[in-house]
Structures are given as C-alpha cells and as structure tokens.
Ligand binder design. Structure first.
Ligand code: SF4
Ligand code: SF4
Length: 348
C-alpha cells in the first residue's frame, strides 16, 4: 500500500458535512483548499478536542518584523483587558482537560496584565508557553522578566530565523540579532535550555523569503552546532514554521511579484500526512477582545468561528467547540505544505 493511501486510511472518520471554507485575500486560480482536502479523503475538517487555549493578548510589539502575520508594532492599541483575562481564567478553572496555555501577541510581555495571567495559570498547574521575541526582555521595566518566567516554569518559544546577524536584522530589525543573543545568554544562565532544569527554551525558524522551511531536524542540528560553537548558547528544540501568505508577508509577496509563485508552491506541496496534526484541531484561539477563532491566522483574517460572529470567551462551550467544523481558506495551504507547519513546528 502506498504511503499516501496509508495516511488517508489513518485519518479519523469524519462526518460528511460541508467544510466551512471562506474566500480569503489569498484566493487565486488555485484549487480551493476544501476541494483539495476532499480529494485527499478528508470530507470535512473538524476539531478533535481542545488541549490548548492560544491567547493573543494584543498587537502591541516593540518590533515590526517583515513577515509578521499579526501586523504588530509599537503603535498598535489593541490590547487584552483584565476583564477578558479573568474570563479566560474562569474557563481554565472549569476545564482541567485544557492542559496548555499558549500566550502570543504582539509581544505578550507588553500587556500590563501578563504577569498576573502567567502566575494564575501557573497556580492552576497549566503548561505555559510564551512566544517571546527576546528583545522585549531589555525594555525598560521588563528586566526582571527572565527570572519571573523561570520561577513559573514558562516554556519560552523565541524567534530566531538564522544564526547570522545580517539575515536576522534584515527580517526583524537592526540590532535584533545581538540583543537576541544577549537575551538567550541570560536565559541560559537561569537554566533555560539546560538539561534537567525543567526550563524549556525553544527556537522558532521561519524562511527569510518565499520558500518552504528546510528539514526541521537537520536545521536543529545545524543551529545547535553553530550557536554553541560561535556564541556558547544552548537550547532544547528548534521549530520550523512556514510563512503564511497573509498580512505583512502577503503585502511583501505582492509588492515583489512573488505572490502567485508562492501560493502555487504551497498548493503543489500539499501533504495529506499533515492534516491529522493541524493545530486548529486541538486548540481554540482567543483574540485580544475575547472573540474565539480556529487559529491565530483566522483571527488575523477576521474569519470567525462558523456561525457568523465569533462567540466570546464568555460564551465558551467546551463540548460544542471540541467537535466544531473548522473554517478554512486558501491560507490553510501554508499549514499543509511540505512537512506541514504549526505553532509547534512540522506536522508530518
Ligand atoms: S513577528 Fe513577533 S516580534 Fe515581530 S512584529 Fe510580529 S509579533 Fe512582533
Ligand atoms: S490556517 Fe492552519 S491552523 Fe488555521 S484553520 Fe487553516 S489549517 Fe487550521
């Protein structure tokens, strides 16, 4: 039996329902994502439970990276309020099966309630992931954060798209590489990335341009060797993520005339083996205003949960959401291309 057939047969049986497929700004002459899914034997894309709440606490950020799917930056004013954070904590309190809280932004640490939120999640025994851009740790008034994160055993997922200064500074801003290395050294000194410390330091790679990421395991080995020998830096895992053709990266693709080629690359690289592991199947994403989405990308495309207006975290219904149909669009090819892509790296 071919690998392709084995993968299809291993997919959970799914009800014959129309996948909610929204036209997004990435739509072109390419086959619709839901048609490609059907041809691969997946008649509808449904959730398979809720293990993670992914919380976008706001679009405020100290950087303005070229590829940012959030369009985050220092002038953004969208920020999660304490009232919404309390509503999320109430959901976590009621649903112990949601084991992981994945905090993203913007720069999550710039939300004034970040530390309160983290300490409450820690008290509830949740695994906490903080998607950290590293440079935020040097902002005035944030110098204590590395120790705070270590005290609460927060896993740090830090962006570092290369181990060369020029490449990182080109994508993320001048001086970002050196400040990132300085932050990684501080985290290493606290025990992050060190065996047996219980403090996990993961790095996130995304391609500089309109290409798919290379093999994750091989790249991780390269990063470990280069960061250790050149800079004395250690980390636990490297995750590769595909650039999504939305927001700032979409503008870049269109301005540089690469949009059609990139979308074609994503479409022709569709890998059915990635479908079972798509991150939307086991998480619910919460926007800065408390609205619920299938993932952070759908949030940025303003594609609410099916049924029109996204229900708020205050209307959270575990049983309904754990089996929901997922809203898809052409951007979803970014998650299924090649080895697949998610906030936790490759899928297949
Ligand atoms: S990619 Fe991350 S660090 Fe860069 S602007 Fe967006 S949120 Fe900020
Ligand atoms: S973009 Fe990816 S995670 Fe989001 S709904 Fe599409 S396949 Fe799922």
């Amino acid at each position: 039996m071919s690998t392709y057939k084995r993968v299809l047969l291993s997919m959970p049986s799914l009800p014959v329902l129309n996948t909610m497929d929204a036209e997004t700004s990435t739509a072109s002459h390419s086959p619709q994502f839901h048609d490609t899914l059907r041809q691969a034997g997946c008649l509808s894309l449904t959730a398979l439970g809720i293990e993670t709440l992914q919380i976008n606490v706001g679009k405020l950020c100290n950087q303005t990276c070229e590829h940012c799917h959030v369009d985050a930056g220092p002038t953004r004013t969208e920020i999660m309020t304490l009232d919404t954070i309390e509503a999320i904590l109430a959901v976590l309190d009621q649903h112990p099966h949601i084991t992981t809280v994945d905090i993203t932004g913007g720069a999550p640490e710039m939300n004034p309630h970040f530390e309160y939120f983290v300490s409450q999640c820690h008290t509830m025994g949740r695994q906490i992931i903080n998607r950290c851009n590293l440079t935020v740790l040097f902002m005035k008034g944030k110098e204590h954060l590395p120790q705070f994160l270590a005290n609460h055993f927060v896993e740090i997922m830090a962006s570092l798209p290369c181990y060369e200064a020029d490449t990182v500074d080109h994508q993320r801003g001048k001086g970002v590489f050196n400040r990132s290395l300085a932050a990684l050294r501080i985290l290493n000194e606290l025990g992050y990335g060190q065996e047996g410390s219980g403090l996990t330091l993961s790095l996130v790679y995304n391609p500089l341009g309109a290409s798919l990421p290379p093999n994750q395991n091989k790249l991780e080995a390269d990063y470990k060797k280069e960061l250790e020998t050149r800079f004395g830096i250690q980390f636990n895992r490297l995750y590769t993520i595909t650039n999504m053709p939305i927001s700032r990266f979409l503008n870049h693709l269109k301005a540089s005339g690469q949009y059609e080629d990139y979308l074609n690359l994503l479409v022709t690289s569709f890998n059915p083996a990635s479908v079972n592991g798509l991150m939307c199947r086991k998480l619910v994403n919460v926007g800065w205003d408390g609205k619920l989405y299938d993932c952070d990308f759908n949030q940025m495309l303003n594609m609410p949960l099916r049924g029109g207006e996204a229900p708020s975290i205050k209307d959270f219904l575990f049983e309904t959401l754990a089996n929901r149909l997922i809203v898809t669009g052409q951007h979803c090819y970014g998650c299924t291309a090649g080895a697949g892509s998610s906030c936790g790296g490759t899928l297949a």
